[in-house]
Design a protein around this ligand. Structure first.
Ligand SMILES: Cc1cc2nc3c(=O)[nH]c(=O)nc-3n(C[C@H](O)[C@H](O)[C@H](O)COP(=O)(O)O)c2cc1C
Length: 381
């Protein structure tokens, strides 16, 4: 057995639906914009995930749950049969070297443009973004004032999450992650800086978290609790998020997730992807304490941490967590390192350098293998 905790196998959840994972190195969800204009996955995406499939879990790029929710040019969706079929070989490829694969279910809300979404963006409130947002062909356009969803429309969006989760299951994903981070739709309900509703979906923390709770209940009708992850970014400024009461809001959110005993709470605890500075940072330690308080002597939820981790800081975090009395298991998601270093696990195992970071232009810009599947592997050196 490896002395590295990061490289050790573990489990997500307990019981019959627990997921065996080969290590604690997860790939963070990353939109790469290599699907078709109609949001159908392309075969090259299979090659991309296959190259990274020595991870413990690959969390897919954000996957649109509906046309209404998908405003990213050439990002994939999973609301139609055609999209679902096209995901099947991609997911199979993503498991080649033993990784499990979760689909990150995504509704962008006010962060999309009607050019891509084909209708006026929706949100919790009629608050537009203040800076230009991505539209077709990576053009940036002035933001539009979103339509604030009515309770009846919210119920329809909740059903869209259910449909997407069912399709994810058909496509072979082991589980799903709700994208509750980065100022997208779920976060647009959670955060007081955006949500100014006066009905049962706004105002108190309890009310603002109602949408998240309803979406979670819906996907729990499709996947067992062990196969569900929820991603949260209490510290992030992305998407013009960041509220003074985020510690209180996200404490309640994590309490709820822990009470539901879901497989993974995915916390963007690091500050290196933008910190809003509106309140104190929400730490991994705080999340562990909440999970422990709720689950007491039967801790089942894995805490997945992300943002700015290296092998050493990840090892340190896991060691600290596992050394605690009543330990909460922890894994670490790597984002940017995985863009340029597909064989991150092998490099960690062998103590080898990572490839240099990919240029920003490679993140979404090209439509070819360049900057996507052409990064050198150790085995080719
Ligand atoms: C190109 C790119 C695309 C991203 N797309 C997503 C996404 O689809 N969903 C999401 O939750 N986060 C997304 N993120 C954020 C990453 O998951 C991660 O949180 C971020 O890169 C910080 O982790 P790192 O320091 O390990 O890179 C994206 C980041 C990058 C660089």
């Amino acid at each position: 057995m490896s002395s590295s905790l990061l490289l050790q196998a573990t489990k997500v959840g307990k019981g019959a639906d627990a997921l065996e994972i080969q290590n604690r190195v997860f790939m963070a969800p990353m939109t790469r914009g290599r699907a078709t204009r109609e949001h159908v996955p392309k075969p090259i995406m299979g090659k991309y995930y296959e190259q990274r499939s020595s991870a413990g879990v690959l969390i897919s790029e954000g996957v649109g749950i509906s046309q209404q929710g998908l405003g990213w040019f050439k990002a994939p969706g999973i609301w139609t049969d055609e999209q679902t079929e096209a995901w099947k070989p991609v997911v199979e490829a993503g498991k080649t070297k033993g990784a499990k694969m979760f689909a990150q279910l995504w509704h962008m809300g006010r962060q999309g443009h009607s050019d891509v979404m084909k209708e006026t963006p929706v949100s919790s409130a009629e608050k537009p973004m203040s800076s230009p947002i991505p539209a077709n062909d990576h053009e940036r356009k002035d933001p539009e004032t979103p339509h604030a969803l009515t309770p009846e429309e919210i119920a329809a969006v909740v059903k869209d999450y259910g449909n997407a989760a069912r399709n994810a299951k058909k496509a072979g994903f082991d589980g799903i992650e709700l994208h509750g981070a980065n100022g997208y739709l779920i976060d647009q309900f959670n955060q007081s800086v955006i949500n100014d509703r006066t009905d049962e979906y706004g105002g108190s923390i309890e009310n603002r978290l109602r949408f998240l709770r309803e979406v979670l209940d819906e996907v729990l009708t499709v996947f067992p609790k062990e196969r569900i992850s929820v991603r949260l970014s209490p510290n992030g400024a992305f998407g013009e998020a960041g509220s003074e009461d985020n510690v209180e809001t996200f404490t309640e959110a994590i309490k709820h997730l822990a009470s539901k005993q879901i497989g993974i709470v995915h916390l963007m605890d690091g500050l290196g992807f933008g910190f809003h500075e509106k309140c104190e940072p929400f730490t991994a330690q705080m999340a562990r304490e909440i999970i422990r308080d709720v689950q007491k002597d039967d801790i089942v939820t894995l805490l997945l941490c992300n943002v700015g981790y290296t092998k050493d800081t990840a090892e340190e975090l896991i060691k600290t967590s596992l050394d605690e009395e009543a330990p909460v298991d922890v894994a670490v998601a790597f984002g940017r390192p995985y863009i340029s270093t597909p064989d991150l696990v092998e490099r960690f195992e062998k103590g080898k350098e990572l490839n240099p970071d990919a240029p920003h232009a490679a993140w979404w810009g090209t439509d070819s293998e360049e900057g996507y599947t052409d990064f050198p592997l150790l085995s080719e050196a």
